[in-house]
Ligand binder design. Structure first.
Ligand SMILES: Nc1ncnc2c1ncn2[C@@H]1O[C@H](COP(=O)(O)OP(=O)(O)O)[C@@H](O)[C@H]1O
Ligand SMILES: [Mg+2]
Length: 360
């Protein structure tokens, strides 16, 4: 049983590995709380600090400032052995890295002393429905990337670890395998309630596996919440645009007489306290725009049928603005034709264009 608390954690590096910048803030003032059994996904673009944050939580990096507490004890005061942390990386290395000597002998020792294979490992094999037993008889060199990851995860769970940290473990797998592996891991995490942090840049994976998602950008956590919260109540433009597919539609505009006025349409009431002529960005998701006579005209640029979702995505443009809306599959829409779009006013989001902060 382990709760993890991060209090104002920051981490800098002397020189950036990629850009060569002399000083990099990889993680900046991050505060988080994970309860026992939580699965938190850290989602963000490449280079935003996800791996560094995970390594801080693992105790591999030390924070420059701030504290990390495991069950109210500063991680620095918890001996390595007692931390009970397992890590699974993209490259398939089977950690805890500080026990690498043991890891090397793992496959062999299992092969020679089958009766000592923990009951738990059998349970894991049953839950995942994969022939772990067979896999265990092979050496790492004889395992595919996906199999190595499965063994890594199974082994971490079989060892009674309290905290499992994943750094894009399935990123190197092909799409079909990745989906399967994700389902298996979800089953395992349900069956073994360890506290988990799952780093990914893939939002489908984050949604599938986690209870909550932390959106990270340039070292900072922008927002933490369920996917639903992030999707419908983003705190800023970055979260609004990062979450959801297709990306949310953004329209530039200004406040005029208490209303938002865009380049091609407008007249939607805004917060009263905004100074006249403030720059305001309006955002609306594709599924909240629809076809209707008398709406805003747009010239059809692209039509993409989404068979599973039973709709088509239509991208249109008008006088320098482009947006995407959904339409039923059975409506025939010609490229280059003009269609008329309306939007659900209740679903509009407004952001301060300068700061990106949500204002309505
Ligand atoms: N050991 C290191 N030394 C110098 N810079 C680093 C080191 N590790 C990471 N960085 C830099 O910190 C930033 C965040 O990196 P990282 O945590 O790996 O991001 P992510 O996992 O989100 O892709 C990047 O600019 C990266 O180049
Ligand atoms: Mg990384």
């Amino acid at each position: 049983m382990t709760t993890i608390v991060l209090e104002h954690v920051s981490k800098h590096f002397g020189a950036d590995q990629i850009s060569g910048d002399p000083y990099v803030t990889a993680v900046e003032d991050v505060s988080l709380k994970l309860n026992t059994g939580d699965v938190l996904a850290i989602l963000g673009p490449s280079g935003c600090g996800k791996s560094t944050l995970l390594r801080l939580i693992a105790g591999i990096h030390k924070p420059d400032s701030g504290r990390i507490l495991y069950d109210d004890v500063d991680l620095r005061d918890v001996p390595l052995r007692q931390r009970g942390i397992g890590m699974v990386f993209q490259e398939g290395a089977l950690i805890p890295h500080w026990e690498s000597r043991k890891s090397v002998g793992f496959f062999l020792s299992l092969r020679q002393r089958e009766e000592e294979v923990p009951e738990k490992l059998q349970q894991i094999a049953r839950i995942t429905g994969i022939g772990l037993d067979k896999l265990l008889l092979r050496r790492p060199a004889q395992l595919s990337g996906g199999e190595k990851q499965r063994i890594g995860i199974a082994r971490a769970l079989a060892r009674d670890l309290q905290v499992l940290l994943f750094d894009e473990p399935f990123a190197n797998l092909d799409a079909k395998y990745r989906t399967e592996a994700r389902v298996e891991l979800k089953r395992l995490l349900n069956a073994f309630p360890v506290t988990s942090v799952y780093v990914t840049h893939d939002q489908v994976e984050a949604i599938a596996l986690s209870h909550r998602i932390a959106i990270m950008r340039q070292g900072k956590i922008e927002q933490v919440g369920t996917y639903q919260q992030l999707y419908s109540s983003p705190h800023n433009i970055f979260v609004a645009s990062f979450v959801g597919s297709p990306p949310i539609n953004l329209f530039k505009g200004r406040s005029q007489n208490g209303c938002w006025q865009g380049e091609n349409f407008g007249g939607y009431p805004l917060r009263r306290d905004l100074p006249e002529d403030s720059k305001v960005t309006m955002a609306i998701r594709a599924e909240h725009m629809f076809l209707e006579d008398g709406g805003v005209p747009g010239v059809v640029e692209q039509v993409v049928p989404m068979l599973a979702e039973r709709h088509q995505l239509i991208t249109v443009h008008l006088a320098g603005e482009t947006w995407t809306l959904t339409a039923p599959l059975d409506v025939h829409i010609e490229h280059g034709s003009t269609i008329y779009c309306c939007l659900k006013k209740d679903e509009l989001l407004f952001f301060d264009s300068q700061t990106g902060v949500r204002i309505g």
